[in-house]
Design a protein around this ligand. Sequence first.
Ligand SMILES: Nc1ncnc2c1ncn2[C@@H]1O[C@H](COP(=O)(O)OP(=O)(O)O)[C@@H](O)[C@H]1O
Ligand SMILES: [Mg+2]
Length: 259
Amino acid sequence: MSKRIDVDDLNVYYSDFLAVEGVSMNIEPKAITALIGPSGCGKSTFLRTLNRMHEVIPGARVTGKATLDGEDLYGPQVDPVAVRRHIGMVFQRPNPFPTMSIADNVLAGVRLNSKRLSKSQAEETVETSLRGANLWNEVKDRLDRPGSSLSGGQQQRLCIARAIAVKPDVLLMDEPCSALDPISTLAIEDLMHELKSDYTIVIVTHNMQQAARVSDRTAFFNIAGTGKPGKLIEMDDTTVMFSSPREKATEDYISGRFG
Ligand SMILES: Nc1ncnc2c1ncn2[C@@H]1O[C@H](COP(=O)(O)OP(=O)(O)O)[C@@H](O)[C@H]1O
Ligand SMILES: [Mg+2]
């Protein structure tokens, strides 16, 4: 649980289009790393390379190196499905299976990994995961209701419960709060704070206050213009990035002067 990711000179393509160029970064375990930068600079694209979700798009490919605790994520023997089990993902829009029950939603990933569970194991996984996602008390009396019966913020926590049910090492979150109201957003931020003692977390956010509130480290990506590749401009402790960044582009972005 909670492993580090090291990226070395990663280039990310959609067919011939170089979307992200030359990213090298170290993502620490038991910490929250925020990826920030203007729209289109490749934050989502880069994030999806970390659990090999990028390559599901036809023509999409990656060069360079990414390792999980030293193990090559793109090695020839590596099964991308296994990578996605170790490195889970939460998306911008909560995407529970709408007709599936709350309990079955939590178990969906575990079952996809073709693990057979006894009834008591299943119940335990549901409870532990929902407790881990700070949702148990709100849903424990209606576990057989459909996932769609929950509010947006609850649905997002259900998706987090589903992601942690498979006991991943890393959680990737792509703007997980952007479809949520402020109260649900704070609930997710509190949850992230608790989860970081067990998981490596990488979050994309366009909300500077959120990056400053939740993250330990911040990476700023930027793009020189349309059709140009996104690049990592700088990365540092979040307090440093928000008080005294080295690059002017970073300062302009975080102070809202562009982007
Ligand atoms: N499926 C795709 N096919 C081709 N190009 C894509 C695809 N998804 C994103 N891109 C392009 O990659 C670049 C980075 O996009 P994205 O990673 O979504 O940026 P961000 O998340 O920072 O807003 C953009 O130029 C975007 O148009
Ligand atoms: Mg994005």
